[in-house]
Design a protein around this ligand. Structure first.
Ligand code: S3P
Length: 164
């Protein structure tokens, strides 16, 4: 099976759903942010603070291309879709699954979140603008799943039903 890439905005539940999906399919799950943190020995927030977003995006692309592309669930950082190069890579090597979640739910989840540099000190309006600016990239995916009113089990079942 080709790689299953979970994409979506910060707070969409990619990591949680990725773990459940991988367990159900009996596949390993790899998280791009976690891989970056291990390789560069720094939390993502520290990379943003020390090197800036451009360098983080370079690390992200490098990591993405080093990951296995068969029989694996890959949970991605919310901004991975920004680069055409990344989108093309994911499309060529796997299925891109967009976890679509209502803005209100995302805003609730991101409130008081200190681990995500791009969610820091941002108003609701700014976050909604950021999400809106990314929607065309998220929508350029293999399949979209609206996760807003579903349980994790329901989401996993739906993904499995739709990839078979
Ligand atoms: C980012 C999302 C984060 C992380 C980094 C940048 C983004 O991952 O990659 O802080 O640009 O949306 P999550 O989507 O897992 O929060």
């Amino acid at each position: 099976m080709k790689a299953l890439y979970l994409t979506g905005f910060m707070g969409a539940g990619k990591t949680t759903i990725g773990k459940e999906l991988a367990t159900f399919l009996n596949l390993p799950v790899i998280d791009t942010d976690q891989q970056i943190e291990e390789k560069y020995q720094k939390p993502v927030s520290q990379i943003f603070a020390d090197q800036g977003e451009t360098t983080f995006r370079e690390y992200e692309t490098k990591i993405l291309k080093e990951l296995p592309t068969e029989n694996v669930v890959i949970t991605t950082g919310g901004g991975i879709v920004l680069k055409k190069e990344n989108r093309e890579w994911m499309r060529e090597t796997g299925l891109i699954i967009f976890l679509k979640t209502d803005l209100e739910v995302i805003l609730q989840r991101l409130e008081n979140d200190e681990s995500r540099p791009l969610a820091q000190n941002k108003s609701k309006l700014e976050l909604s603008e950021l999400l809106k600016s990314r929607l065309p990239y998220y929508n350029d995916c293999t399949l979209t799943l609206d996760t807003t009113h579903k349980s994790i089990n329901e989401i996993v079942e739906e993904i499995i039903g739709r990839i078979k």
